[in-house]
Write a protein that binds this ligand. Sequence first.
Ligand SMILES: NC(=O)c1ccc[n+]([C@@H]2O[C@H](COP(=O)([O-])OP(=O)(O)OC[C@H]3O[C@@H](n4cnc5c(N)ncnc54)[C@H](OP(=O)(O)O)[C@@H]3O)[C@@H](O)[C@H]2O)c1
Length: 254
Amino acid sequence: MNNWNLKDKKALVTGGSKGIGKAVVAELVALGAEVLFTGRNETDLFNTEQEFKQQGGRVTAISGDVADAAAQNRIVEWIAQHWGKLDILINNAGINIRKASHEYSVDEYNKVIGINMLAPFELCRLLFSLLQKGNKAAVVNIASVAGSYDVGTGAPYGMAKAGMIQMGRNLASEWAAYGIRVNTVSPWFTYTPLTKGLLSNPEKLDKIISRTPLRRIAEDNEVAAAVAFLVMDKASYITGQNLAVDGGITASLL
Ligand SMILES: NC(=O)c1ccc[n+]([C@@H]2O[C@H](COP(=O)([O-])OP(=O)(O)OC[C@H]3O[C@@H](n4cnc5c(N)ncnc54)[C@H](OP(=O)(O)O)[C@@H]3O)[C@@H](O)[C@H]2O)c1
């Protein structure tokens, strides 16, 4: 067996109803995994669940806000009850509130940091014992190039993603002893509902494309492919890394 698959793997993807998370669910399912995914808007969530099921995908959707303790507990209980272990955790759900730092209210930056950084840490903590029972378990956190550089997307988002990148390094060191790998994927601008407004502005789009060495915006499945590789047993010696899926932007200063 060549191991370029995710057969018999059980995976949780937060924020799987749209965008990058939905592409990750599709990739994991195509490679043979069974996937539990989450989202807040129930119409979007259950439509996506139906879509995957109609294509024969083994998926289950659970609604709830990842930053809400009751929702976190519901997710953990579902996994404990149905699978008794977890092989793959993808912390993907994220949001941004685009505005100048001095215009932020405390509630707004707490929300950005809570959803993007604290919720993934809490889910990692709550799911630790189930990941320990997993088969060569792997975690991937979806951060952003904004976690390493100012890309004009606001300080709280950059702060949260930087924290997530460092969380990946710390957990990778701590959890290596338990056989759990932890990596980060940092996308650059990718076509999703989150960036639809921004990327429909021709001036902004031209500016981003002209500075990106590959001269285009990423598709969601290009990010998902990197995620799928990192959670596969084929990536067994890779942990604690932050992989930029960025068309070359972080390698270029012009
Ligand atoms: N697109 C980009 O250019 C880009 C670049 C760098 C990094 N990223 C990161 O990639 C990740 C996915 O982004 P995306 O562009 O795919 O976003 P998106 O199109 O807005 O999709 C986000 C997904 O997460 C869910 N979600 C959001 N907040 C949630 C919450 N509090 N609890 C549960 N589910 C939640 C959304 O569903 P509901 O809204 O129904 O909850 C949706 O399924 C994010 O972490 C983002 O920061 C994106």
